[in-house]
Design a protein around this ligand. Structure first.
Ligand SMILES: Cc1ncc(C[n+]2csc(CCOP(=O)(O)OP(=O)(O)O)c2C)c(N)n1
Ligand code: SF4
Ligand SMILES: [Mg+2]
Length: 351
């Protein structure tokens, strides 16, 4: 496996964030994906979000499965931890890493094949358990890496590049995430950076299972007429529900906001999301309403994008299991093996 490193030269006057890092410090190797692939725009949005949040790159762990989408972590956050796992197995590897070291920020990157076919069970269990992560599906409706077979998110009736019509019903990953109890659920489009960057920022700051389904056209195999995941189709059927600004808890809230036209959503760490409603009224704290809205737009042939649901009081797997606050990988031997008297006490409590 080869990769192309970028030159290390940095202009002395380059713009930096609160940590003194430049945008370049959040980039990775040069992408080897097809020119124009939607996945590269998502990588750019992740880089922008992490730079603007001033996240220390060494505190982020990026994990993926197999596919063009799963290759992308090589192209962003080159100084972060990375693990390219087996096809469809990213969620269990991420869950294990999170249980061993709860102090890192977990970013799972996957594809529609990786998550809606072979990894469907893994996706479901990581979400229902509330693993503290941002799980992004770079959804192009095809298996891009293996040359464009329909995936489980391809719409019924959509046409392959060779004109074959898909006869199977699609899996809607957003509906699944809502149903499974994800505490942050959004859909976006790789071609809409203005919407995607604040969504990624908010999702990364969210404590619990955050899920973003990002439609990401495959220019090689699924960008033709008759496809419902092409740039043209998504642009003309995109029903954006809200426009977002992410306001970090560290900075004073200076943006203007008129009550009635915008909704401030507070996050657990003191940050906020300002939602300007550009579609119809939607209460982002109402899971059932989010599901109904999704179906309503779908029945009109539209793709609802934006923030669909956020739990104002989220919890994660560590809360559910009552694990120790100190990460397991930082404990010493006596802490990990407290001895037979402690075991006896524990057994006695269970009798
Ligand atoms: C166990 C296993 N089965 C099948 C494959 C072949 N394979 C590699 S990537 C892929 C699908 C990738 O599709 P997706 O996750 O949508 O990623 P994309 O390339 O579209 O971004 C498949 C079936 C594999 N690598 N491993
Ligand atoms: S085959 Fe499709 S998904 Fe893969 S890099 Fe090319 S455009 Fe992107
Ligand atoms: Mg795909």
């Amino acid at each position: 496996m080869t990769y192309l490193p970028k030159p290390k030269f940095k202009h002395p006057a380059i713009e930096t964030n609160d940590l003194g890092f430049s945008h370049r410090d959040y980039e990775g190797a040069i992408s080897t994906l097809c020119a124009g692939c939607g996945h590269d725009s998502i990588s750019a949005a992740i880089i922008r979000a992490c730079y603007e949040l001033s996240l220390p790159p060494h505190r982020i762990a990026k994990l993926s499965g197999i596919g063009c989408s799963s290759k992308t972590p090589t192209y962003f956050l080159g100084a972060s931890h990375g693990f390219n796992s087996v096809h469809g197995r990213m969620p269990s590897v991420l869950t294990g890493a999170n249980l061993a070291n709860r102090d890192l920020i977990y970013l799972g990157v996957s594809g529609d094949g990786d998550s809606a076919s072979i990894g469907f069970g893994q996706f479901a269990h990581s979400v229902r358990r509330g693993v503290n992560m941002l799980y992004i599906v770079e959804n192009n409706g095809v298996y891009g890496l293996t040359k464009g077979q329909f995936s489980a998110t391809s719409d019924k009736g959509s046409k392959s590049k060779r004109g074959v019509v898909n006869s199977d019903a699609p899996i809607d990953m957003v509906a699944m995430a809502l149903e499974l109890g994800a505490t942050f659920v959004a859909r976006s489009f790789s071609g809409d950076k203005t919407q995607l960057v604040p969504l990624i920022k908010a999702a990364m700051e969210h404590k619990g299972a955050a899920f973003i389904d990002c439609i990401s056209p495959c220019v090689a195999f699924n960008n033709h007429e008759g496809s419902t995941k092409s740039f043209d189709y998504v642009r003309s059927h995109n029903a954006a529900l809200n426009a977002l600004d992410f306001i970090t808890g560290r900075a004073p809230i200076t943006t203007d906001y008129e009550p009635g036209s915008a909704q401030m959503v507070k996050l657990h760490d003191g940050s906020s999301i300002r939602l300007r409603k550009i579609g119809e009224e939607h209460d982002v704290h109402d899971r059932d309403a989010a599901m109904a809205l999704l179906h309503k737009h779908k029945s009109k042939g539209e793709i609802a994008t934006g923030l669909l649901y956020i739990d104002p009081d989220p919890s994660d797997l560590h809360d559910h299991l009552g694990t120790a606050a100190k990460p397991l990988n930082q404990m010493n031997e006596p802490e990990l093996v407290p001895g037979s008297s402690m075991l006896e006490k524990l057994n006695a409590a269970l009798r």
